[in-house]
Design a protein around this ligand. Structure first.
Ligand SMILES: [Zn+2]
Ligand SMILES: [Zn+2]
Length: 221
């Protein structure tokens, strides 16, 4: 069977907008959004408890979004070829070519498009722009940590600890079961929603996957 071609391969300039080669590049591009949210939340003079609750809820909400986007948007089967070519560019291409470091992180346009949508529920519930902004900061903080985790687990092989564990978890998803273990920073929603495969615990990363690590790619941009 011929390998699928994704839109990002046909139009490589799209990578600039929909992917990032590392989390620092991404942070620079989304800084205006962060400054706006911080300014809005601070201007609302929220009590400390509201800050804590909103940031905490934002982090928790992200853990679900991370799972939901990966499982139901990136790994969905799309009825039309063009849809598959477009949506596959966001993640399935990363499955096909793990050595292309240009797509290890999401692009800034994705953040600008998705942030208002995922923050909207808090606006609907509280009607407060300041609380919604604090909630958004929680989401973005957890999201940014997730981008670093994904970057680092494609950086080099880790023996143990959190990075060693999440690396086997994610690379098991890559190499063996793309229909399991959708969490990229935690296993919570896989456990709750029946997609957790414990075989990642005894999984050994293949030499082929190891060869794709950033640390093995030399100075390639
Ligand atoms: Zn990956
Ligand atoms: Zn995947």
């Amino acid at each position: 069977m011929a390998k699928p071609t994704f839109m990002v391969q046909q139009y490589p300039w799209l990578i600039k907008y929909f992917a990032s080669r590392n989390p620092i590049h991404l942070l620079v591009m989304v800084l205006p959004l962060l400054v706006y949210l911080l300014n809005t939340a601070v201007a609302g003079a929220l009590p400390v408890t509201s800050w804590i609750v909103m940031l905490g809820l934002g982090v928790f909400w992200w853990t679900f979004l991370e799972y939901a986007i990966h499982r139901w948007a990136y790994h969905s089967r799309y009825p039309f070829k063009w849809m598959h070519a477009l949506m596959g560019s966001f993640h399935l291409y990363h499955h096909v070519d793990m050595s292309d470091r240009r797509v290890y992180n999401a692009g800034f346009l994705m953040v600008y498009f998705i942030a208002p949508v995922v923050m909207a529920p808090m606006w609907l519930v509280t009607g407060s722009l300041a609380m919604t902004a604090a909630f958004g900061l929680g989401i973005l903080g957890a999201y940014y940590a997730y981008e670093w985790v994904h970057y680092l687990l494609h950086y080099k092989i880790y023996g143990g600890g959190y990075l060693g564990w999440i690396q086997r978890y994610h690379l098991y998803h890559h190499e063996r079961r793309p229909d399991k273990n959708f969490g990229n920073s935690n296993a919570l929603w896989d456990l709750l929603l029946g997609t957790h495969d414990p075989a990642h615990k005894t999984f050994t990363v293949s030499a082929k996957a190891e060869a794709t690590m950033i640390s093995k790619q030399g100075a390639k941009a």
